[in-house]
Ligand binder design. Structure first.
Ligand SMILES: Nc1nc2c(ncn2[C@@H]2O[C@H](COP(=O)(O)OP(=O)(O)OP(=O)(O)O)[C@@H](O)[C@H]2O)c(=O)[nH]1
Ligand SMILES: [Mg+2]
Length: 200
């Protein structure tokens, strides 16, 4: 036991999981390159998130599409990790995947044991989400769609997003701002609700 609890506090919360927590679930945060995965885990995590950001090099220039993305100079090269205690007895461990195509093989290990995935979508680049949906479905993961509402991006209704991505009727679609803690939490809660309904 920590004899000095204040030393176990971070800027974002306690580093220890509450002793009341009896259930833990691994959740993946997935999506194409630069869709906001690292941002979302950063805004949600109650511990200082683990990040593996590296500077993007010239090698990425003709590979990664930075159209509409301003100020992005780094990319996730392995994973993001964060933690969120969602209710008194449930803690979620959040694993963010890398977005660059060449790191997709890492997904196999990351998907192991995951209960489901929050799939971030940039409405201005809907077509980039198709391979991500294929991967998630390939690993047999349940998922919810979180449309990250970038300021200047195209806006589509839920029905339009559903049709464009050819979603099943019960796949949740929510809108969020990955920079906003509350909004990101609501997206995650939609996924957890969906997972609970599926498990019932
Ligand atoms: N305007 C706006 N910008 C955002 C939002 N979410 C993320 N960003 C910005 O978009 C850029 C990409 O965000 P990241 O969180 O790095 O995206 P990522 O999906 O982790 O990227 P990779 O790991 O490289 O695939 C960053 O510059 C963010 O500040 C949002 O909701 N609105
Ligand atoms: Mg990232």
């Amino acid at each position: 036991m920590d004899s000095n609890p204040s030393s176990a506090e971070t800027a974002q919360g306690s580093i220890y999981v509450s002793s009341a927590v009896t259930n833990a679930a691994k959740i993946l945060v997935v999506g194409h390159f630069a869709v906001g995965k690292t941002t979302l885990i950063g805004s949600l995590s109650e511990i200082t998130p683990l990040r593996t950001e590296e500077k993007m090099t010239q090698a990425s220039v003709h590979v990664d599409d930075l159209r509409g993305v301003t100020g992005k100079t780094t990319t996730t090269v392995a994973l993001d990790f964060g933690r969120l205690t969602l209710s008194e007895d449930l803690v979620l461990y959040l694993f963010g995947t890398p977005g660059q195509q060449r790191f997709m093989q890492l997904w196999e290990d990351m998907a192991r044991g995951a209960l489901g995935a929050l799939l971030l979508v940039d409405p201005a680049r809907l077509e980039e989400t198709f391979p991500v949906i294929d991967l998630v479905e390939g690993y047999g993961l349940e998922y919810a769609i979180a449309v990250n509402t970038f300021d200047s991006s195209a806006t589509y209704s839920e029905a339009e997003v559903r049709e464009a991505l050819d979603l099943l009727p019960d796949t949740p679609v929510v809108y969020c701002d990955a920079r906003d803690q509350r909004s990101s939490a609501e997206a995650l809660i939609a996924l957890v609700r969906h997972l609970l309904e599926r498990a019932a």
